[in-house]
Design a protein around this ligand. Structure first.
Ligand SMILES: [Zn+2]
Length: 366
């Protein structure tokens, strides 16, 4: 039988946590990784409605796009909405997992679903992305032992570049040391000065694996006191969240507004010239109006998002760009249906349900 941790493992391949933005909180927020899961519910929101739906369905797990615990809670009690939700989940024996900006960004996620719904082609990525924090490990080792230390570092998670493993660069040089009277050097003798043909090896290391990698290095290295450095590298952008793609035929902003409204089942709002020619459309579901500058730079003629603040709308429109607000719920709920389908494919032994609130209820507008 699947457990909560199996769902987390499946999610890690569908929506890797490293895609989540720095401010975000994703993964298991309430519950037990060892809990058995026969039935699970996917929902846009961590609403009390979704929690009740999961309990009525006798589901052991609720997976929501929007996190439940975003800031540290001072107390867990029924006087706050978050506290009530946590208490209800625990009373019902339901574990809770969030897949938020990692699922916005992931291939086939919230924003790819939105691009598909709007029938965009030639879709590329743009905009905000998580940063990959990595380190450069540099170590010095006698030439004959270099391969075995590289193996050890690689085995602990170092030296990965894309689909390539055990990536390392080595160049030769001369190491020298005075071994103290109390030492037991692998080469040379205590109390003597020694020169050794060594190689300097460089390998990339993800920040999260620095501890495991340095422990493996020290264990595999022949020296009593291996010399190594960890250099902090500037963060690299991960998978961006936004998508930009082409319409089958150019249209106007007014016509696109109608199309978006019809496809997403919403009365959408637009800012910009009604007859503005639209060919490339950027999409970022939810509250992503701040992405308009990146969308414009990416060659889009308009950004379709969920929510648009007034000052952002006027800045964009007065900067020769256009915005469409199609609702937070309407731009993101379709991607939750996709997540349910993906999880059902990955873990078919679990009965996966989708929570679709009634209009006007639990975060869905009338
Ligand atoms: Zn959202």
């Amino acid at each position: 039988m699947a457990k909560v941790q199996d769902v987390l493992a499946a999610l890690e391949s569908i929506a890797p946590t490293r895609y989540a933005f720095g401010f975000d909180k994703v993964g298991l927020q309430v519950g037990d990784p060892n809990q058995n899961v026969e039935r699970a519910v996917v929902s846009l929101d961590r609403s009390l409605g979704a929690v009740a739906f999961a309990a009525e369905a006798k589901a052991q797990l609720l997976v929501a796009h929007h996190p439940l615990i975003f800031r540290p809670l001072d107390t867990v009690d029924t006087r706050s909405h978050e506290g009530r939700t946590v208490v209800e989940l625990i009373r019902n024996g339901t574990s809770f997992v969030a897949a938020h900006t990692n699922w916005d960004s992931a291939r086939g996620g919230i924003n790819d679903t939105l691009a598909d719904l709007l029938e965009l082609s030639d879709v590329t990525d743009f905009g905000h992305a998580a940063e990959v924090n990595s380190l450069k490990l540099v170590f010095f080792v006698p030439a004959h032992a270099a391969d075995s230390v590289i193996d050890a570092v690689s085995g602990a998670g170092g030296g990965v570049i894309g689909a390539y493993a055990r990536c390392a660069f080595a160049n030769p040089g001369t190491g020298t040391f005075d071994a103290g009277a109390s030492t037991n050097p692998a080469i040379g003798a205590a109390g003597e000065r020694t020169q050794v043909d060594e190689v300097r090896v460089e390998m990339l290391v993800p920040s999260a694996k620095a501890g495991a990698v340095t422990r493996a290095l020290v264990k595999a290295h022949p020296y009593e006191e291996p010399a190594y450095d960890l250099h902090v590298l500037r963060g690299n952008p991960e998978q961006p969240a936004g998508r930009v793609g082409s319409l089958a035929a150019p249209t106007t902003l007014a016509a696109l507004l109608e199309t978006v409204g019809a496809k997403l089942g919403v009365r959408a709002w637009a800012w910009g010239d009604a007859d503005r020619r639209i060919r490339r459309v950027a999409v970022v579901g939810g509250a992503a109006d701040g992405e308009w500058v990146a969308a414009q730079r990416a060659g889009a003629d308009v950004l379709v998002t969920g929510e648009v603040k007034q000052h952002v709308a006027l800045e964009a429109a007065e900067s020769g760009f256009a915005l469409i607000a199609a609702g937070h719920y309407q731009t993101e709920h379709p991607g939750c249906a996709t997540l349910r389908d993906r999880l059902a494919k990955a873990l078919p032994e679990v009965d996966w349900r989708l929570f679709t609130p009634a209009p006007g209820q639990h975060g869905r507008p009338l």
